[in-house]
Design a protein around this ligand. Structure first.
Ligand code: 4AD
Ligand code: MG
Length: 434
C-alpha cells in the first residue's frame, strides 16, 4: 500500500528511503532538462523536487506533468530517494501525476512585484516561501507567549471586544452600532485584565485589538494582536522584570526553533542573540539626555517619535526599558510616582535596530479618589467606568501590567521593514481587503 505523506516528514527522515508514497500539493515551479522534468512541489510543509523521467512513465503521464502550471494542485505518486544535491536531501522519483485543480495565469510570478500589488493578492501571496517563514515565526512567538505565562502560573482571562468606553484615548476609537446604543471595538483588554488580576492574582488576556490609527506608518495596524499580563501586588520594578524575562524567552525560543525560517528571511541573528535579561532601564530624563547629546530636536515633556526611539535604542546592545514618562502624555489609569508627581509609573520597552516600542505598560492607579479625578481630567464618561472604580473600592491593591504588540515583535524578530507582512491579513487605514 502507498501512504500519503508530508514533505516535512520526508526531510526529517521519517519516511524510509525507497518508500513509495503519495504527495498532495501544488506546483511551486517547474523546469526541464532533456528527458527530465523537475517539478517543485509544495504541500505547505516544505518544497520537494519531484523528477519525471520521460522514458520511465507513460506518454500521458508525462504530458500531464509537462502541462502543469504554477500553483496547479496535484497528486504525485513516486519513490522517495535520498539525494544530497536535492534541496532537503531527498527527491521524489515520479511514477504518476494527477491534476486536481487548474491554475491559469497565477498572478504572482517569480519576478518582482510591488508591495501594494502583493497586498491586493495577499490571499495568494501567502503561498510564497518568505510568507511561510514569517507565519511560522509568528506561530512560534504566539506559542512562546502562551507557554511563558502558562509556565508561570498565569490564568488566561479572555476580555470582551465590544466595550462601552475608551482605554487608550478617544482619538483612535472604532464606533459600532450596538442595538440602541454605541459600542467601541476594544483598544486593549487591560481594564478587564485588572479585574481578572484582583480575582485570580496573575492573569493575561490575548486577543485582537482595534485602533483607528489615521497615520500611515510602518508600525501601525488598525487591527493587531496584543498580549497583556496583569499581576496583583506587582509594582513598576517587578513589572519591568516580568517584561524583560518575557522578551528574552520569546526571542530565545524563536532562535532555537526557527533557524531555517530566519535563514530564509536573511535575518542576521547576531543582535538577537544578545537579547538576555536584565535589560538596561533608564528614566525618561536620561532618555531625553541621550537625544540632546545626539543633537536631536526634542522638547522635554513630549512623547518620543520613532526617530527618537531609534536614537535611544542605538545606545544599547539589547532592548531598553524607558520608565517614568510624563504623566501628561500617558493614559488615565497610570499611577503617578508620589516622589515625582508629574511622572507616571510607566514603562515602554524599545526594541533594537530601529523597531521602536514593542511593549507599553505601567503600575495602575489604585486609589479611588485619584482615579476619579484622572477620569474627569481625561473627559471620559464616568458612568462607563463605575465597574472599574469598584476595583478600587473593594480590596484595592497595587498592581501592574503591560501589553506586547505581536506584529511589531514579529517584524523585529524577522527583520521586516513593515508590519503589514507580520499578520495573515493586515488591516490598515486604506486596506480592508482581502
Ligand atoms: O502602549 P499601548 O497603547 O498600551 C496599551 O494598550 C496598554 N493598555 C497595555 C497594558 O498595559 N496592558 O500598546 C501596547 C503595545 C505597543 O507597545 C505596541 O507594541 C502595540 O501594542 N501597538 C500596536 N501595534 C500595531 N499597530 C498599532 N496601531 C499599535 N498600537 C499599539
Ligand atoms: Mg504605548
Amino acid at each position: 500500500m502507498t501512504d500519503r505523506v508530508y514533505i516535512e516528514d520526508v526531510f526529517q527522515h521519517k519516511i524510509p528511503d525507497g518508500s513509495d508514497v503519495i504527495l498532495r500539493g501544488w506546483l511551486y515551479n517547474k523546469r526541464s532538462s532533456g528527458k527530465l522534468l523537475f517539478l517543485l512541489v509544495r504541500d505547505g510543509t516544505a518544497v520537494i523536487q519531484a523528477t519525471v523521467y520521460k522514458p520511465g512513465v507513460s506518454a500521458e503521464i508525462f504530458e500531464t506533468a509537462d502541462k502543469l502550471t504554477q500553483e496547479a494542485s496535484l497528486t504525485v505518486i513516486g519513490k522517495i530517494k535520498k539525494d544530497e544535491r536535492a534541496p532537503g536531501g531527498y527527491e521524489l522519483q515520479v511514477t504518476d501525476v494527477k491534476l486536481i485543480g487548474q491554475s491559469v495565469d497565477f498572478p504572482i510570478t517569480p519576478k518582482e512585484h510591488g508591495p501594494e500589488f502583493l497586498m491586493d493578492y495577499r490571499h495568494l501571496w501567502l503561498r510564497s516561501k518568505n510568507q511561510h517563514a514569517i507565519l511560522r515565526v509568528r506561530h512560534t512567538i504566539i506559542k512562546a507567549i502562551r507557554d511563558f505565562f502558562d509556565g508561570r502560573g498565569f490564568t488566561l482571562v479572555d476580555t470582551p471586544i465590544f466595550t462601552p468606553a475608551a482605554c487608550e484615548g478617544t482619538s483612535t476609537l472604532f464606533e459600532t452600532d450596538y442595538f440602541d446604543t454605541k459600542a467601541f471595538l476594544t483598544q486593549s483588554g487591560q481594564l478587564y485584565a485588572e479585574a481578572g488580576a484582583l480575582a485570580l492574582g496573575k492573569v493575561y488576556c490575548f486577543g485582537p485589538t482595534f485602533r483607528a490609527e489615521k497615520s500611515k506608518t510602518r508600525r501601525h495596524l488598525t487591527e493587531f494582536w496584543m498580549v497583556e499580563p496583569e499581576v496583583a501586588f506587582n509594582e513598576l520594578k517587578e513589572n519591568m522584570e516580568l517584561a524583560e524575562d518575557f522578551i528574552e524567552y520569546i526571542v530565545q525560543t524563536v532562535l532555537r526553533t526557527r533557524v531555517e525560517e530566519l535563514k530564509t528571511l536573511g535575518r542576521d541573528t547576531t543582535k538577537l542573540q544578545n537579547v538576555r535579561a536584565p535589560f538596561p532601564k533608564i528614566h525618561y530624563d536620561e532618555a531625553v539626555k541621550i537625544l540632546e547629546d545626539a543633537g536631536l530636536k526634542f522638547e522635554y515633556g513630549n512623547d518620543f517619535g520613532s526617530p527618537d526611539e531609534t536614537a535611544i535604542s542605538e545606545k544599547f546592545d539589547r532592548p531598553v526599558i524607558v520608565h517614568h514618562y510624563p504623566s501628561a502624555i500617558k493614559a488615565f489609569y497610570m499611577k503617578r510616582d508620589p516622589n515625582e508627581p508629574d511622572k507616571a509609573l510607566a514603562m515602554d520597552v524599545l526594541a533594537p535596530e530601529g523597531y521602536g516600542e514593542i511593549i507599553g505598560g505601567s503600575q495602575r492607579e489604585d486609589n479611588y479618589d485619584m482615579l476619579v479625578s484622572r477620569i474627569k481630567e481625561h473627559n471620559l464618561p464616568m458612568e462607563a467606568f463605575d465597574w472599574y472604580l469598584d476595583l478600587r473600592k473593594y480590596g484595592s491593591v497595587p498592581h501592574s501590567g503591560f501589553g506586547l504588540g505581536v506584529e511589531r515583535t514579529v517584524a523585529w524578530i524577522c527583520g521586516l521593514q513593515h508590519v503589514r507582512e507580520t499578520i495573515p491579513f493586515a488591516r490598515m487605514i486604506h486596506r480592508l481587503k482581502p
